[in-house]
Design a protein around this ligand. Sequence first.
Ligand code: SF4
Ligand code: SF4
Length: 402
Amino acid sequence: MGNLPDNLPYNPGLRPFGPAPATAVSPFTLGTMRALDSPSQMESVLRAAMAAGINHLDTAPGYGPAETFLGLALAALQRDNLAPPGGWRITSKVLPGCDLAHGQEQLRAILERLGVAQLTNLAVHGLNLAEHLEWALHGPGAELLEWALGEGLVTQVGFSSHGKPELIEAALASGRFRFCSLHLHLFDQTRLPLARAALAGGLGVQAISPADKGGRLYDPPAELVADCSPFHPLELAYRFLLDQGISTLSLGAEQPEDLAWAAALAGPSAPRGGSGQSSANEGWLNPEQRAALGRLEAAGRARLGTERCGQCRACLPCPNGVPIPELLRLRNLAVGHGMETFAAERYNLIGRAGHWWEELNAEACRSCGACLPRCPLELPIPELLADTHRRLSAAPRRRLWG
Ligand code: SF4
Ligand code: SF4
């Protein structure tokens, strides 16, 4: 990981987010897509975020009134002379696909809503398809990003992606971006190698919503609670990602109380697990927490037995486009960890969220058998897919971003 810039006040909780001179961000990032009932709700969440040692705010034009409410909340705190050491770091986003003039208009509107002259980070929001990457590298998006940097309206550019690992790899390899926001979870480690490579290359890496998208861990099922005991599943999930060196974890707070874990784990003077060292990725897991993670994994393996999908992706591509590993991951969670509610929620969003999530569920399997010889675990993939559908298929559910 890169070094922090010299001109920032000492704060052992800050972590570099991008190449030197790095932006420095807190281990937790306030996601602003949930405190949308009123400006006062956003303000109370922002005050709690600051008290929890958070200096990084993640917003987007697509989050309803979030930017407007956040701008009002920032102004209210400024009137009270309240700001984190070194000031707020703010990330907002533009959707891929617009022309240059529209993109410029969008960015100016973002800055106006937030009441700031410059964004710390501008992300391409949902770089999920090859054409999105093309837009950002060679199309109007490339011009837009260059213009934003050249005008000093943003400090650095990056992307968020819900896309396939291959697309994310190509985006990281392009050299265009200085940070990325990815689905990185204790219960979905598919993209962790990409995150490690990005970190090794000096990029900032943000984990998208480990609490919610990572498995509804704020409301864990009884099996999960027992397997993680004496620790809360969410605490282990957060500590696992920080131990991996992930720069910052987004936390979409609706109420100040939602930031309790951030305050407990990353407050300016809060004790950490382990040795208490202050480097970015050390001291987040002590031996007891590592042992609990080991018990958790062993319990999942025991419940799944020989039906556990190892998530190696060797079965791909399916000639019918079935996202085998993603579907069997949901089955792993339901059977292995009692996470049926979360798995069913994700399963029933398939085909309903455009390029933000999978488009085909297990019913697309035609039992052709092409994947079978490729699976090193010799799993009966068509049968497991049919079982996944039986277990998880239900009435459609509401979707938030991501
Ligand atoms: S058996 Fe099903 S999942 Fe496997 S390759 Fe054929 S259609 Fe795809
Ligand atoms: S090859 Fe087998 S173990 Fe690997 S992801 Fe596919 S189904 Fe799972």
